[in-house]
Design a protein. Structure first.
Length: 91
């Protein structure tokens, strides 16, 4: 089993530019990032290849153009997830 990896991204429409890496890590740090996501009910998208690419970036660094398409797919998935959550009856 490979080591757990996690990367948190932030996109601010008010600021020009691409999404930024706001947290990243492997192993224990990755687990803490995932725990925070769960704690704040942030959906988690799993793509090991993308996570590996994003881990090479620095925190607060914008994603490079070669990753725009892959990251855009994550944000589309996130928007769909949020829409489905709004349509689901609360329990």
């Amino acid at each position: 089993m490979s080591e757990k990896k996690a990367v948190a991204l932030k996109y601010d429409e008010a600021q020009s530019g691409a999404p930024k890496v706001i947290a990243k890590g492997k192993g224990t740090i990755a687990e803490k990032i995932l725990q925070k996501a769960e704690e704040f009910e942030v959906p988690v998208f799993q793509n090991e290849a993308l996570a590996t690419s994003l881990l090479s970036l620095n925190v607060d660094e914008q994603i490079p153009p070669n990753l725009y398409k892959a990251v855009a797919e994550v944000f589309v998935w996130l928007m769909k997830s949020e829409q489905q959550a709004q349509l689901s009856p609360h329990q």
